[in-house]
Design a protein around this ligand. Structure first.
Ligand code: AMP
Length: 219
């Protein structure tokens, strides 16, 4: 199963991706997470990428595609994988299709998480993440059990540096101009499943389970 998660920043791709991983037993590949880890480790590629993502801009296609190609060629991806945050441009989608064709594989389905624009800013500005295990929380709608600490590993939670008002604005514009055209792209190819992502994480997952079942995963 090769699944693509689409939707604007704050739509819940990471949260739902984690639930899908639990249910389907395939790894989730988050390009944003890979960039943050590489930057935290101080690698040249991570530091170069940070120049873009800290401002809310997309990292150039060439940089992202190389990383994704390397990651999806790993043995743990043989059964399938979930792409969270990739592709984000039509060019990336074309290259992904070519890479998969070279492996005699193809995308099983694309889930588009649809959310009211007002909700997005509220979700992003209250979001807190665990720098150790990448679990995500929200100050009001999904607080951790112990204030400021991850429920899973106890690490102190942080606010992503790009979850500030200026970067959020840029990210939403980048999404509207460069990523939204992928909805038509995947719809034309009969792969798109639209999910109403305005509810709570559990409600959203209940709505998307039927789509997972049609793609050969879930109960
Ligand atoms: P995310 O964690 O998915 O919100 O991604 C955080 C940031 O990483 C984005 O705002 C981009 O700057 C960068 N990024 C992640 N995935 C991609 C991609 N597929 N193409 C370009 N930039 C990306």
């Amino acid at each position: 199963m090769i699944l693509v998660l689409l939707g604007p920043p704050g739509a819940g791709k990471g949260t739902q991706g984690a639930k899908i991983v639990e249910c389907c037993g395939v790894p989730k590949i988050s390009t944003g997470e890979i960039f943050r880890d590489l930057a935290a480790a101080g690698t040249p590629l991570g530091l170069e990428a940070r120049n873009y993502w800290s401002r809310g801009e997309l990292v150039p296609d060439e940089v992202v595609v190389g990383l994704v190609n390397e990651r999806i060629s790993c043995d743990d991806c043989l059964k399938g994988f979930v792409l969270d945050g990739f592709p984000r441009t039509v060019r990336q989608a074309d290259i992904l299709a070519e890479l998969l064709a070279g492996m005699v594989r193809k995308i099983t389905g694309v889930l588009d998480f649809d959310v009211d624009p007002d909700q997005l800013v509220l979700r992003l500005s209250g979001r807190r993440t665990c720098p150790n295990c990448s679990a995500t929380y929200h100050l009001t709608s999904r607080p951790p059990q112990v204030d400021g600490h991850c429920d899973h590993c106890g690490q102190s939670l942080v606010q992503r540096s790009d979850d500030n008002p200026e970067s959020i604005r840029t990210r939403l514009v980048e999404y509207a101009t460069k990523t939204e055209p992928l909805l038509a792209y995947y719809e034309e190819r009969g792969l798109l499943h639209r999910i109403d992502a305005n509810g709570s994480p559990d409600e959203i997952f209940r709505d998307l389970e039927p789509a997972l079942v049609t793609m050969g995963c879930g109960s």
